[in-house]
Design a protein around this ligand. Structure first.
Ligand SMILES: Cc1cc2nc3c(=O)[nH]c(=O)nc-3n(C[C@H](O)[C@H](O)[C@H](O)COP(=O)(O)OP(=O)(O)OC[C@H]3O[C@@H](n4cnc5c(N)ncnc54)[C@H](O)[C@@H]3O)c2cc1C
Length: 261
């Protein structure tokens, strides 16, 4: 989805797909794709690429389409792997389409369905992203909680110090609230059609903002030990940041929530 000219302009429904620059030129026997996708996860590893493109930029949503491109297709190549702050097990690099031909049956739905299918995908994916954030925050919380029980300061375990206890209580409460929002969105998507972009976006925004706050607080509880790589809490902080950014940055998710009110 994301392109060098921006991810948000493709995910923001108010842009009506005018942010898509990757061109899929229709021919009798299929489509010829030209363009660059930036930062996709598993780029260069995946066996199949799902690409949002446009048959004609002037058509907006009406020109949007999603095409399947198998790895190894002539004209498909990859840039150098990105060196990232976190999520370092995920491989991200440019996916370059240079006159890539795919047959007609590699089109999902029909021309003009791209924007709608993208929004369905985001509605299904955002609760998953929120759940990733909940998992990271939970991991950090469990480490900090255990640490606070054994670290003695002021003659008692940190856990008994009122300011530390309050931080941990707030963290536990925020975690529970985020988990329930993610479950709520996942339940909705499993039991209703269409899936809810509103609940999905609420879950992703709340859980990712919660994770950044909770993980930072966990480091604070542990002092400099939390800052050290040995305890893994700093890794959770680096990894969690992307959940505020990808699958529609939280600013774009908030636009979706606002539109649904
Ligand atoms: C580890 C990782 C994995 C990724 N995986 C994928 C993937 O699998 N597929 C994929 O397509 N992309 C992927 N991305 C890219 C990611 O989805 C995009 O970076 C993201 O959508 C934001 O796009 P951008 O970086 O171009 O920022 P921009 O779109 O340039 O936005 C920059 C900032 O401006 C804000 N902003 C933009 N427009 C508005 C507006 N109208 N109102 C208010 N604020 C606005 C944004 O919220 C953001 O904070 C991945 C990135 C990383 C780091």
């Amino acid at each position: 989805m994301t392109e060098p000219t921006g991810g948000s302009d493709i995910e923001n429904p108010a842009m009506n797909s005018f942010g898509i620059h990757t061109l899929a030129r229709p021919r009798d026997d299929g489509f010829v794709i030209n363009g660059v996708k930036r930062f996709p996860s598993n780029a260069g590893i995946a066996s199949l690429y799902t690409v949002i493109a446009t048959v004609d930029r002037s058509l907006g949503d009406g020109g949007s389409c999603i095409l399947l491109v198998p790895a190894g297709t002539l004209g498909l190549s990859f840039g150098k792997p990105e060196d990232k702050m976190g999520m370092r097990a995920d491989r991200n690099c440019d996916v370059i389409f240079d006159n890539v031909w795919v047959p007609n049956d590699h089109l999902l739905g029909k021309i003009g369905d791209g924007a709608r299918l993208l929004r369905l995908t985001l509605a299904f994916n955002r609760p998953g992203a929120g759940s990733i954030a909940v998992g990271m925050a939970r991991g950090a919380f469990e480490i900090a909680l255990e640490y606070s029980r054994t670290r003695i300061q002021g003659g008692m375990p940190l856990f008994r110090q009122p300011q530390i206890a309050a931080k941990l209580a707030d963290a536990a409460t925020s975690l529970e609230a985020a988990r329930l929002l993610c479950w709520r969105a996942a339940w909705h998507n499993a039991t209703h059609r269409p899936p809810s972009i509103r609940h999905a976006s609420m879950a992703k925004v709340f859980a990712s903002d919660m994770a950044m706050q909770v993980i930072s607080d966990c480091i604070q509880v542990m002092g400099s030990y939390g800052y050290m790589k040995e305890y893994r809490v700093e890794k959770y902080l680096r990894d969690a940041k992307i959940v505020q950014i990808y699958l529609g940055a939280n600013e774009i998710c908030r636009l979706d929530i606002g539109d649904s009110l």
